[in-house]
Design a protein around this ligand. Structure first.
Ligand SMILES: [Zn+2]
Length: 410
């Protein structure tokens, strides 16, 4: 990938101004301004007035599952429960090599749409062992020059109901994974769900790691794991280091209880990741009509100051047959799913797959300011609104000031 010294005619600040950017040798943004001077022979690209954004961030993906759809029997009920069962049987047979190949393909897809940073969950249930983790870590290594991948150790089949999973989580962290994952609602009782969350904090302390827990991914208004996660976050002093993924039940709670939980999430600085494509697809499956959308309360969380990000979650797997890895289309879907239609809310929708997602992952140096990494994308659009409306492919993708797309020699 060739090194780029700068960029001309890039549209910044939601299309408000055209600027040039100069990059440092270390791959960061050195200068932003009008009509910048470059040394003779410097490689400077013309953005042609295209919209400049920091690379997209996918804060919730399952690389070990990607492109497995055709390898398994069909999910006839379309529910999360049937998907977990199908996957639990199938994963016993998987090799690390097969996981790596599918994961590399999915990372390439994401990058082709301008993603530069991915947080993936990797299944370390006892039926999976550490083979899936090996495959995903190998894929991260293969793709390291053009995409950063953060790996969450994910006990898909629970911790208490899958004895041995806790040891595998620990082992996977020692292998180089980054974040403690969980699936609190997938235990046998409310008591076990709370114990599950306690164990996540024990591990987080042991490894000084952040937590990203699948939680309350159900329409059941009595699924109450999220409040406990937020309360523990505050009690443990882990504010800003915990992400609650999905949080669908919040959408089905009575308003008075939802208010309590949203306030707790705000107090705990808990990030919320919603996965609009997959939750529109998986939730509401036990409803007749009208069917619930199944998402968390995005607008109410935002209004309370909770950091909300959005993920792709799945690409062609037993949980969800579609998915492309295009974060713009995830934002596009979110606009529909929770009515983010005013100019301010459209901007918020773009944040869910850029700044807010980077913040949930505690990524430093993310953005288009001087000093940030030159992990950038240029879109053929005049504004963020137009980009979300048309979901174009990027015309240029840079990673550490190197040209990823269109592919170049040198
Ligand atoms: Zn997930």
């Amino acid at each position: 990938m060739r090194k780029i010294s700068g960029l001309r005619n890039a549209r910044l600040d939601d299309g408000q101004r055209l600027v040039d950017l100069a990059f440092s040798d270390d791959g960061t943004i050195a200068r932003v301004g009008r009509a910048l001077k470059f040394p003779r022979g410097a490689t400077v690209l013309d953005a042609g007035g295209g919209l400049l954004l920091p690379s997209f961030v996918d804060p919730h993906l399952h690389l070990d599952l990607a492109y497995s759809l055709d390898l398994l029997p069909p999910n006839r009920s379309g529910t999360l429960i049937e998907a977990i069962r199908l996957w639990s049987r199938f994963k016993r047979t998987l090799t690390a090599e097969n996981v790596m190949q599918r994961a590399v393909r999915a990372i390439h897809d994401e990058v082709s749409y301008g993603t530069g940073l991915i947080r993936t969950h990797v299944d370390v249930a006892t039926a999976a062992g550490l083979r899936l983790c090996e495959g995903v870590l190998a894929a991260r290594q293969v793709c390291r020059d053009f995409c950063d991948v953060q790996v969450v150790v994910f006990p898909q089949d629970g911790i208490l109901r899958d004895p041995g999973a806790l040891d595998l989580m620990r082992e996977a962290m020692r292998m180089g994974c980054d974040v403690i994952g969980g699936i609190a609602h997938n235990e046998r009782s409310d008591e076990d769900s709370r114990r599950h969350i306690d164990l996540l904090f024990d591990l987080a302390r042991e490894f000084d790691a952040d937590i990203d827990c699948h939680i309350d991914e159900t329409d059941d208004p009595d699924s109450r794991c999220t409040e406990y996660l937020a309360a523990r976050t505050i009690a443990e002093g882990w504010q800003g280091r915990v992400t609650a993924s999905h949080v669908c039940a919040l959408g089905s709670y009575p308003d008075v209880h939802a208010r309590k939980v949203i306030d707790l999430l705000a107090e705990g600085g808990v990030h919320v990741v919603t996965n609009p494509c997959v939750n529109l697809h998986l939730q509401g499956r036990y409803d007749r009509y009208p069917r619930r959308r199944g998402l968390t309360r995005v607008q109410e969380l935002l209004a309370a100051g909770v950091n909300v990000a959005a993920g792709q979650d799945c690409i062609r797997d037993p949980f969800y047959p579609l998915g492309t890895g295009q974060m713009l289309s995830v934002a596009h879907m979110l606009v529909h799913a929770d009515h983010l239609s005013t100019p301010a809310l459209l901007r918020q929708a773009m944040r869910t797959v850029t700044d807010s997602a980077a913040r949930a992952m505690r990524r430093r140096g993310y953005g288009t300011r001087v000093g940030c990494r030159a992990d950038l994308v240029v879109l053929p659009a005049q504004s963020e609104h137009e980009a979300i409306r048309t979901c174009p492919r990027p015309q240029l993708v840079l990673k550490n000031a190197r040209q990823v797309l269109p592919t170049s020699r040198g």
